[in-house]
Design a protein around this ligand. Structure first.
Ligand SMILES: Nc1ncnc2c1ncn2[C@@H]1O[C@H](COP(=O)(O)OP(=O)(O)OP(=O)(O)O)[C@@H](O)[C@H]1O
Length: 266
């Protein structure tokens, strides 16, 4: 299967001195949903922000390695060029314009990102994907629930007609019932569009519900990868991410913290 995205030996450094990624290797196959799992501080957001050209906003730089997209070297490419290439990130925070209504959020993206297209038609397409948003079209985004904001953020990203959609923390802080609805909507979108998706998740259950392949990041490096059907039964994953061994998870988090502190002191 063709890879739409290849990340090779990627290193990212914040503020010229804080190394967050230590040689990340991962791939996203065309038309597939791939998950990137890892504990707090493992480097998941940094990886997504490096791929999508956001790290310039964070005072960070790619200091080694490559990002290839459809075979082209796009290492260090910044916004908005990444969006024009079809790489669109749904960020963890600040996803929507809170003072604009749902319809205005979609409109503002469609007028800046989808030149020459009819925004009402685009809006209708997004409402087919997220019928709940159609009922909320005149409501300010600041008054939406967390789950509704996530749907609007994904809808706004889809307005950009991505080839590769990156989603940072799909389920963080959301109620299980709304997470289920978002999973169902994403499955539907994926079935209709065969969009390639790279999903960052702390919940392995959510990642496995959507993705066919997964990578596990620890301290800025991929430590484990595989088909999700295999990762599902991997002992380490079971202990650390599916809650079958809380002592294991606590040890793991303590070790991860210790290794980060050791690295910071070098
Ligand atoms: N703006 C920044 N300046 C300096 N260091 C940063 C910055 N953002 C992240 N880091 C550091 O980079 C490392 C990776 O952080 P990152 O946010 O990518 O991890 P994460 O896996 O997404 O964590 P979380 O699940 O908590 O969002 C951490 O050690 C973090 O402290």
């Amino acid at each position: 299967m063709t890879d739409i995205l290849e990340v090779t030996d990627l290193e990212v450094t914040y503020q010229r001195s804080i190394r967050a990624l230590h040689g990340v290797n991962l791939r996203v196959a065309k038309g597939q949903i791939t998950a990137l799992l890892g504990a707090n501080g493992a480097g998941k957001s940094t990886t997504l922000r490096a791929i999508s050209g956001f790290i310039g906003l964070d005072n960070a730089r790619v200091t080694a390695g490559y990002v290839r997209y459809f075979g082209e070297d796009i290492t260090g490419l910044q916004l908005p060029k990444t969006i024009h290439k079809g790489i669109v990130l749904v960020p963890e925070r600040d996803k929507v314009f809170t003072n604009l209504t749902v319809a205005e959020n979609l409109e503002v993206v469609s007028t800046t990102r989808a030149e020459g297209s009819n925004w009402r038609q685009i809006e209708d397409e997004i409402f087919v994907y997220f019928p709940r948003l159609a009922k909320l079209r005149n409501k300010p985004a600041g008054l939406l629930s967390g789950g509704e904001r996530q749907m609007l953020a994904i809808g706004s990203a889809l307005v950009c007609k991505p080839s590769l959609l990156l989603i940072d923390e799909l389920s963080l802080g959301l109620a299980p019932v709304i997470v289920d609805e978002i999973i169902e909507r994403l499955r539907d979108i994926h079935a209709r569009t065969e969009l390639s998706i790279l999903l960052v998740e702390q919940s392995a259950a959510v990642a496995f519900a959507l993705a066919s392949y997964g990578f596990v990041l620890e301290n800025g490096k991929v430590e484990l990868e595989g088909a999700t059907q295999d990762l599902r039964t991997n002992q380490k994953i079971l202990e650390l991410y599916l809650g079958t061994g809380s002592a294991g998870r606590a040890d793991y988090l303590a070790n991860a913290r210790r290794r980060r502190e050791e690295r910071a002191n070098v």
